[in-house]
Design a protein around this ligand. Structure first.
Ligand code: HEM
Length: 505
């Protein structure tokens, strides 16, 4: 989440008198003695001024002073920030049922077709039905397996591209290539064909996805200042951009769904997400059920898949390759593992991945230092965390970044050292609260298996086929580790590396 610029602050000051009247109306009547400790805030804006462009980092600093369960106010919105594994377990396991809703916001309302999706809709019967459809029909192990051919096709095409770059000694922009890879794989799984075959420029699609993810991670005044915040958002042009992106997505989905309806059963081919979801529409029309599954429901789910599945996988691969480029010892070790395991087979297949234990450690270590972002929940009823009261409607932010760098859990937390996982039981599947890149509990990521299948296959093949050097006489310490603001914490500058073909005998 990014926070406002100087212009936005001036706007806030102009609207100050209005806020003040509203503040009285929204005055927090809670007894502060039961609330978690936190930094003192300013009138109206609360603690917003203490958060910089990268809130996970600002919150991590603040929690070092105020503790692992910290109370802050974002405008009028009360929020609790959780920065220890122990407290995260309380929220995501002990009290999961009371904390598994999501807060509403202008951005998520637009992109979720008014909360008829899975990722942003509040907890309740409706969400349970939608989540069940996704988990059973779209993200099951069988379905993930059914798209194996798509992943293999796309990874092979990427290896071919990189081979050509290696032959001409041209550096590869891995950030761009990873984005195209995940977007193409998800596009083929969702629509049966690539963007190009669907008459859409994939570069444009990636831009729109990225823009939406950025916007969802950006401060929106309407979210924190009821009634008046929308004026600031309008003036800052936040709304217009998101609405235009939404319309672009919507027109594309509409066309692809209509193509599927027209083609009917005539055109045989592997079942894609739209085929599966159209069956849900049919089923809900024939079964006497109050729940009517419509074209808009399909579109809302597609939106979750693109927004939840593309930037996350891309970012994971970028950070892994960035850390490996900075740590040649680890790079050599992981390549040795892959090359010894694969031998003369020529390429890594999905069935080889489980044998690659060190690669798994590299992935865990990368997720520890570069998790996707803050986990965002909303309390539905009063709960008690570490002896502090959290009231209903409080925004809960689990700072996975802070937990990954907590010196009470991790020795030398700033060091990239995959071997720390050697004899450790800690994994990232949501059972261990020290490492939560996919979240945990009822709202944990349902697309984890699908995301990891791409990440594992692509990384293993790129590390098997190529050695990776730094271009332009760069040194390891020249690689920028700067993060970009957004819902997903990406690397700010593109990662360019020079591939050198590994000679297969
Ligand atoms: C490596 C890739 C991925 C990472 C790191 C990742 C991470 C996450 C995280 C942190 C959450 C929030 C969990 C929580 O609040 O506890 C989430 C939710 C979600 N993810 Fe993923 N994700 C990935 C891939 C995918 C893919 C490929 C899809 C779909 C094709 C997907 C679909 C979703 C959906 C629908 C939700 C919302 C679930 C809900 O609210 O019920 N994700 N993901």
């Amino acid at each position: 989440m990014a926070f406002p610029s100087v212009d936005m602050w001036s706007l806030l000051l102009v609207l100050f008198p209005l806020f003040f009247i509203l503040k009285r109306k929204f005055q927090d009547k809670r007894q502060s003695k039961h609330l978690p400790p936190g930094p003192p805030g300013l009138p109206i804006i609360g603690n917003l001024h203490q958060l910089r462009a990268l809130p996970h980092q600002s919150l991590c600093q603040l929690s070092k002073k105020h503790g692992p369960v910290m109370f802050i106010k974002l405008g009028f919105v009360p929020s609790v920030v959780v920065s220890s594994a122990e407290a995260a377990k309380e929220v995501l396991k002990t009290h999961d049922l009371c904390t598994c809703s999501r807060p509403v916001s202008d951005g998520t309302r637009i992109l979720s077709y008014n909360y008829i999706d899975v990722g942003f809709s509040p907890y309740g019967d409706y969400w349970r039905k939608m989540r069940k459809i996704c988990v059973l029909e779209l993200f099951s192990a069988k379905r993930v397996q059914s798209f194996k051919y798509v992943r293999e096709e796309e990874v092979t095409a990427l290896v071919d591209f990189v081979s050509k770059s290696a032959s001409s000694a041209t550096p590869v922009d891995l950030s761009e290539k990873f984005m195209a890879l995940t977007a193409n794989i998800i596009c083929k799984a969702a629509f049966g064909r690539s963007f190009k075959e669907r008459g859409f420029r994939h570069e444009r699609f990636q831009e729109v996805i990225h823009d939406c993810v950025d916007r969802l991670g950006t401060f929106s005044a309407a979210d924190f200042f009821p009634y008046v915040g929308w004026i600031i958002d309008r003036l800052a042009g936040l709304h217009g951009r998101l609405e235009r992106n939404f319309e672009e997505f919507d027109a594309f989905y509409e066309k692809v769904i209509d193509d599927h309806i027209k083609k009917g059963k005539e055109e045989a081919g592997p079942e894609d997400f739209i085929d599966v979801l159209l069956l849900e529409v049919e089923r809900s029309q024939t079964e006497a059920d109050d729940f009517q599954f419509t074209k808009d429901h399909i579109k809302a789910i597609l939106m979750n898949i693109f927004i939840g599945g593309v930037d996350t996988g891309t970012t994971t691969m970028i950070w892994v390759m960035t850390e490996l480029a900075r740590h040649p010892r680890v790079m050599r070790k992981v390549q040795e593992e892959i090359r010894t395991c694969i031998g003369e087979k020529g390429k890594v297949s999905e069935s080889d991945i489980e044998k690659l234990q060190y690669l798994r450690m590299v992935l865990k270590e990368t997720y520890r230092l570069h998790p996707t972002g803050l986990l965002i929940r909303e309390a539905m009823s009063e709960i008690n965390i570490n002896g502090y009261v959290i009231h209903p409607k409080t925004l809960i932010q689990i700072n996975v970044f802070a937990i990954g760098r907590d010196p009470t859990i991790w020795k030398n937390p700033e060091e990239f050292y995959p071997e720390r996982f050697m004899d450790s039981h800690i994994d990232f599947t949501g059972q261990n609260f020290e490492l939560l890149p996919f979240g945990a509990g009822r709202r944990g990521c349902p697309g984890m298996a699908m995301g990891l299948a791409t990440v594992d296959l692509a990384l293993a093949n790129l590390l098997f086929h190529f050695d990776w050097k730094l271009p332009y006489n760069m040194k390891e310490e020249d690689i920028s580790m700067e993060e970009a603001p957004g819902l997903v914490t990406c690397k700010k500058t593109p990662l360019l590396l020079l591939p050198v073909k590994y000679p297969l005998v």
